[in-house]
Each structure stands twice: as structure tokens, then as C-alpha cells.
Design a protein. Structure first.
Length: 147
């Protein structure tokens, strides 16, 4: 597979299923991405606080901290990281994609790898999320100018 140097990303890959973790990691590394893996939400959160990641790919259902809890913690920071949630459960639970906090939600299926690669390519080419603190400061500046 060819790599696109302009679109390589630093990716944190989280899944308590080591077989899925290894397989996804190998595919993403083959495309030129830097991949760090974690086998739990707690381990991922620890790694996330110590390193910069462009994209976080997390499983939904894990023992201990689940993917939604991890996403909430990440979104509570000023990180511009993009998030992909892998799941076979969110739609079954009646939770709309927007309520997950993820930028992309991918169902675990026979098309998972293609969808994951599509999402990573898209997010690697998309400008980073606006940081929460920056958005608040911008809103405060606009409000003070109009007061």
C-alpha cells in the first residue's frame, strides 16, 4: 500500500481485544501512520495525557472505562484530537452518533477496515477540532466587542 506523507497521523488505538488491536495497528502502520496501542480505557487515558495524538480510535465496549467515558475525558481537555468510535452496540442502544462525542462512528462488520481507513484518511485531511478553551476565549472576545 502507498503512503501519503501529507496525511500520516499519530494514532492512539484502543481495544481490549488484542487480536483486533494488532490487526488494525498493522494496517494503519502499513499506511505510514504512527500507532500507539492501549488495551484499556484507563491505559489509553494515561497515554493520552502524556502524548500528542492526532486521532484516537477506540472500541466502545471494554472492561473498566468504556469508549464513551474515554471520549468524554478527551473532550474535556483542550486537545484538538479527532475521535473514531468502533462499535457493534451504539445503534442497538438507540444512541445517535452525535451523542457519542466521536467525529466518526464505525460499526464492527465485514466493512470495518474499509470504513476505518476512510475515516482516518478523512480526519487526517481535516483541520483539527477547535479547542474548547479557544472557542470560549473567542466567544468572550466577540461578546466584549459588542457590549
Amino acid at each position: 500500500m502507498k503512503t501519503d506523507p501529507a496525511a500520516t497521523a499519530s494514532i492512539l488505538l484502543v481495544d481490549d481485544n488484542t487480536h483486533g488491536l494488532v490487526a488494525r495497528g498493522l494496517i494503519l502502520k502499513e499506511l505510514g501512520h504512527t500507532v500507539v496501542t492501549a488495551t484499556s480505557g484507563e491505559e489509553a487515558w494515561d497515554l493520552f495525557q502524556k502524548n500528542h495524538f492526532d486521532i484516537v480510535v477506540t472500541d466502545f465496549r471494554m472492561g473498566g472505562m468504556d469508549g464513551l467515558q474515554l471520549i468524554r475525558l478527551i473532550r474535556g481537555t483542550e486537545s484538538p484530537a479527532r475521535i473514531i468510535l468502533l462499535t457493534g452496540f451504539v445503534n442497538c442502544l438507540g444512541m445517535p452518533d452525535a451523542e457519542t462525542g466521536a467525529d466518526e462512528v464505525i460499526a464492527k462488520s465485514s466493512k470495518e477496515v474499509q470504513e476505518l481507513l476512510r475515516a482516518v484518511r478523512k480526519l487526517a485531511h481535516t483541520p483539527p477540532r477547535r479547542q474548547a478553551g479557544s472557542a470560549r476565549r473567542t466567544a468572550a472576545v466577540r461578546k466584549s466587542k459588542h457590549a
